[in-house]
Design a protein around this ligand. Structure first.
Ligand SMILES: Nc1nc2c(ncn2[C@@H]2O[C@H](COP(=O)(O)OP(=O)(O)OP(=O)(O)O)[C@@H](O)[C@H]2O)c(=O)[nH]1
Ligand SMILES: [Zn+2]
Length: 197
């Protein structure tokens, strides 16, 4: 695929704005190292927000398979990067997803693709967690789904309160995960040693 075709309308205008941003930050946008920077940043920002043009529900509905498996499916340690909507700085970490099917399963990679779509938007961690959970619940109609996200926020590391090591954990769940036992099964499988494989 030609990477140039991935970019959306408004790219040139976005780059022009970044030229102004560089000036306002006290830089000289004409100097050699910065000449291409506005367009580079515009492209980077379009990539980091590409999720606005992608349909996470469709990703799952296009890959549904009937299967009589009735136990927990866990996809853990899905790496993600997103940007907080308050400062437009990255937050990043891992997403863990569990669901118990109800006649239908989906391709495992599709769960990671859903994470990718919602994380490539301006987010707060809580909403990201909820949107992933809702998308899986609404498309697969499983017996239940649970999503846990562990993340570090650069707006808390590089500026503001400047805490380098704090990790924020969020979770959301539906259906059978309302039962403490089911949540505990997920959490204990999450803590299991996956480094062995
Ligand atoms: N709940 C939640 N808060 C977030 C997330 N990402 C960033 N924040 C917080 O959003 C808040 C915005 O608060 P404000 O007081 O409006 O902004 P601020 O003055 O820049 O805040 P400080 O970061 O404390 O300097 C901060 O407390 C951030 O830590 C997130 O994903 N979820
Ligand atoms: Zn922030």
């Amino acid at each position: 695929m030609n990477p140039e075709t991935e970019f959306r309308e408004g790219l040139d205008e976005l780059a022009e704005h970044y030229t102004e941003v560089l000036k306002l930050l006290g830089e000289d946008p004409e100097r050699e190292g910065l000449v291409k920077t506005p367009m580079r940043v515009a492209k980077a920002m379009q990539i980091l927000t590409r999720g606005y043009t992608q349909d996470a529900h469709k990703v799952l509905t296009d890959a549904l398979f009937e299967e009589k498996y009735n136990q927990m499916v866990i996809v853990k340690d899905i790496d993600f990067f997103s940007m907080c909507e308050h400062h437009m700085l990255p937050f990043y970490g891992k997403v863990h997803v569990a669901y118990i099917p109800n006649g239908k399963i989906t391709g495992l990679s599709k769960i990671a693709r859903v994470v990718d779509i919602y994380s490539h938007r301006l987010q707060v961690q809580e909403r990201l967690t909820q949107q992933i959970k809702d998308c899986i619940q609404e498309t697969l109609n499983p017996q239940g789904v649970m999503v846990v996200i562990e993340a570090k926020h650069m707006c808390m590391q590089m500026r503001g309160v400047e805490k380098q090591n704090s990790i924020t954990t969020t979770s959301d769940y539906s259906g059978v995960f309302n039962s403490l036992n089911t949540r505990q099964e997920f959490m204990s499988l999450l803590r299991g040693e996956s480094k062995r494989i």
